[in-house]
Design a protein around this ligand. Structure first.
Ligand SMILES: *Cc1c(COP(=O)(O)O)cnc(C)c1O
Length: 367
C-alpha cells in the first residue's frame, strides 16, 4: 500500500500473472468480451495483462475522463487515431462532414479509399446509418454551430451524430447531453494542456459500443502510451482552472481586437463571442466560449508579419496549452485564407497578452 497523493507513473508493458496457480486463467477460458467490458465504475473488470490491452495510468485517466465527459471514455494515440477508430467502428456508408480539422478530412479520404465510404457535405439530408460529423467550435475560427439542431436532424433520419469538441473541452460544452451519439476530442489540446502529449478520446454512453472500441483498439494497436496516460492524469487535475481562465481571456481579447483594430489592420475577428448571441449558443456554451479565435488581417503581408512582432505569444501550430500561441494558419493548413491568424490563448495575464498584441498590431499597421 503506497500513500501517494499524485498518481504514480507506470511504464510496464507486461504484468505478472497471479502467483496462486488456482487463479491462473488460460486465454482459451477467458471471455475477452467480459475482460474488456467497462464496469459501472468505468474501469476494466480484468487485471492488466499487456499494455496494448490496458495499463494502469491509461485506465485511470479513462475513468476520470468518463466522469468529466459524461460517458465511457476510450483513449487513443492521437485525436486522428480516435477519429479513425470511430470510422472503423461505425463503418458508415456515408460520412456527412463540413468545415473540420484538415486531418479529419485526411482520415475520411483514407477510409473512402478502403471502404468506398462516400463523403458528403454536412448539410446533405441524412439517411439511416449515415455518420454526421460536426466540429464545434470550428477550427480555425472558433465559431460555433448548434449541436442540438444537427442531433435532432440525425436522430430523425436514423443517422448518428459525432461531435469533435476539441475546441470546447469540459466544462465549456457537453455534447452528449445535447443529443450527440459520439463525442471526440484531440486530447493533445486542452485535456493534455501543456503541449507535451499526443492523445485522442472517444466517448459514448453505450457500454456495448465502448466495449467494441476496446476490442478494436486491442487489434488496431492505436493505444496511447503509458507515459502519456500519466501526463494526462497530471493534466486533468487542472483542466477546469485552465480552461475557464483561457476562455475568459480569449473572449476579452477577441472583443478588444474587434473594437480596437477592425477596419484598421484587421478585416474581421472570428469567435463564438462575436456571433449573434442566440439562445442555442448560450445554452450550448453557458460557461464561456472556446479559447481559440481567429483574426482575418487586411492583407496576407500583415498576417505573415504579425507573429514576428509578438514576444509573449509564440508562433507555432497547435493549441490548448498553457502558453499562448499564434499561427499564420497558411503554414499548416493548405486550404486556409492566407490572411488568417489563429490565436490559442494560454493562462498568462490578460493585460500582458493584450500589451504584446497592441505593440504588434501597431507595428503591422505602420507597415
Ligand atoms: C488537433 C485536432 C485534431 C487532431 O488531433 P491530433 O491529436 O493532432 O491527432 C482533430 N480535431 C481538432 C479540432 C483538432 O484541433
Amino acid at each position: 500500500m503506497t500513500t501517494d497523493v499524485a498518481a504514480p507513473l507506470h511504464v510496464s508493458t507486461t504484468f505478472r500473472y497471479p502467483s496462486d496457480p488456482a487463479k491462473l486463467q488460460p486465454a482459451a477460458d477467458l471471455d475477452v468480451d467480459t475482460a474488456v467490458t467497462p464496469t459501472a465504475a468505468h474501469t476494466l473488470s480484468h487485471p492488466h495483462i499487456y499494455s496494448r490491452i490496458s495499463a494502469p495510468s491509461t485506465t485511470r485517466l479513462e475513468a476520470t475522463l468518463s466522469t468529466l465527459l459524461g460517458g465511457y471514455a476510450v483513449t487513443y494515440a492521437s485525436g486522428l487515431a480516435a477519429f479513425h477508430a470511430l470510422l472503423v467502428h461505425v463503418n458508415p456508408r456515408r460520412l456527412l462532414i463540413g468545415q473540420a480539422y484538415h486531418g479529419c478530412h485526411g482520415v475520411a479520404a483514407l477510409m473512402k479509399r478502403l471502404t468506398g465510404m462516400e463523403i458528403m457535405p454536412l448539410d446533405t439530408p441524412p439517411q439511416p446509418g449515415d455518420l454526421v460529423h460536426l466540429e464545434t467550435p470550428m477550427n480555425p475560427t472558433g465559431e460555433a454551430t448548434s449541436i442540438a439542431v444537427y442531433a435532432a436532424r440525425a436522430r430523425a433520419a436514423g443517422a448518428l451524430l459525432s461531435v469533435d469538441s476539441t475546441f470546447a473541452p469540459p466544462p465549456l460544452q457537453v455534447p452528449l447531453e445535447l443529443g450527440a451519439h459520439w463525442l471526440m476530442h484531440s486530447g493533445t489540446k486542452y485535456i493534455g494542456g501543456h503541449s507535451d502529449m499526443l492523445a485522442g478520446v472517444l466517448v459514448t454512453v453505450d457500454a456495448n459500443a465502448a466495449r467494441a472500441l476496446y476490442l478494436d483498439r486491442m487489434y488496431l494497436g492505436n493505444v496511447m502510451g503509458s507515459f502519456e496516460g500519466w501526463l494526462g492524469l497530471r493534466s486533468v487535475r487542472t483542466l477546469e482552472l485552465r480552461v475557464l481562465r483561457q476562455s475568459t481571456t480569449a473572449t476579452a481579447l477577441a472583443r478588444w481586437i474587434d473594437a480596437e483594430w477592425t477596419g484598421k489592420a484587421v478585416d474581421r475577428v472570428l469567435h463564438a463571442s462575436l456571433q449573434p448571441q442566440e439562445d442555442w449558443l448560450t445554452q450550448q456554451m453557458p460557461r464561456g466560449f472556446g479559447p481559440v479565435f481567429a483574426v482575418l488581417m487586411k492583407t496576407e503581408a500583415a498576417a505573415r508579419s504579425l507573429p514576428s512582432n509578438l514576444k509573449l505569444w509564440m508562433h507555432a501550430t497547435s493549441l490548448g496549452g498553457v502558453e499562448s500561441l499564434v499561427e499564420w494558419r497558411a503554414m499548416s493548413d493548405a486550404g486556409c485564407d492566407r490572411r488568417l491568424l489563429r490565436f490559442s490563448v494560454g493562462v498568462e495575464a490578460e493585460e500582458d497578452l493584450r500589451a504584446d498584441l497592441d505593440t504588434a498590431f501597431k507595428a503591422v499597421a505602420a507597415m
